[in-house]
Design a protein around this ligand. Structure first.
Ligand code: MLT
Length: 202
């Protein structure tokens, strides 16, 4: 079943695994260097999104930039959660030590998993994320820890959208930290630095 998603798995030297979720147009290879920089010792599980938008892999369908097909978001979040469950068995991943790290579309699917009560991870780093679902009906998320890193001049995912996602998760009981970078949609060195520090505290 794990072959259901094209993916890459790299063994680590600690009990932690990073679930790496790429942005639009990425592949299972894209986030590996970033994951390694954030935690040198963790194992890495990196799937490729199955939805193709003009050939560009994504984790769910969108109708326009920032306008999502919410039924597809729900279905794809469930599918990805099942993939993580199967991968955990196949590779011996401790889900209590699983940290999701998503960028852009990858951060949005991780956010969807949290908002739908489908998260297999207890901690998540969401880089340039926004609320992927419009419903305010969010499950109890006490015990979940989330770092959201927004770019102050991001034209694709405005910083205010990251803040709004943070508010939704906080209201549901998650421990949320928001970091603002002097940056646009692209990641900068300080995204890596804050992520490294945050992971080290988990
Ligand atoms: C999304 O589609 O998830 C967001 O608009 C970010 C992007 O991938 O461009």
């Amino acid at each position: 079943m794990t072959s259901d998603f094209v993916h890459r798995f790299e063994r680590g030297q600690s009990s932690r695994t990073l679930l790496l979720l790429h942005g639009t147009g990425g592949t299972e290879d894209d986030m590996v260097p970033l994951g390694r920089r954030i935690d040198q010792k963790a194992a890495l599980l990196s799937p490729r999104g199955k939805v193709l938008e003009n050939g560009a892999p994504r984790f769910f369908r969108r109708l326009a930039e920032g306008v999502f097909d919410e039924e597809d978001v729900k279905r794809r979040a469930d599918e990805l959660a099942q993939f993580v469950d199967h991968a955990a068995v196949e590779y011996g991943i401790d889900l209590n030590e699983l940290v999701a790290i998503g960028y852009s579309n990858g951060a949005n699917i991780a956010a969807a998993m949290l908002l739908l009560g489908l998260a297999k991870f207890r901690a998540a780093i969401l880089l340039r994320a926004m609320p992927p679902l419009s419903s305010n009906d969010v499950p109890q998320l006490a015990g979940y820890r989330v770092l959201i890193s927004v770019g102050s001049t991001d034209q694709i995912v405005p910083a205010s959208e990251g803040q709004r996602l943070g508010d939704m998760l906080r209201e549901a009981g998650a421990a949320v930290t928001i970091e603002t970078q002097a940056a646009g949609h692209r990641l900068v060195l300080n995204d890596v630095t804050v992520a490294q520090r945050w992971v080290a505290l988990q």
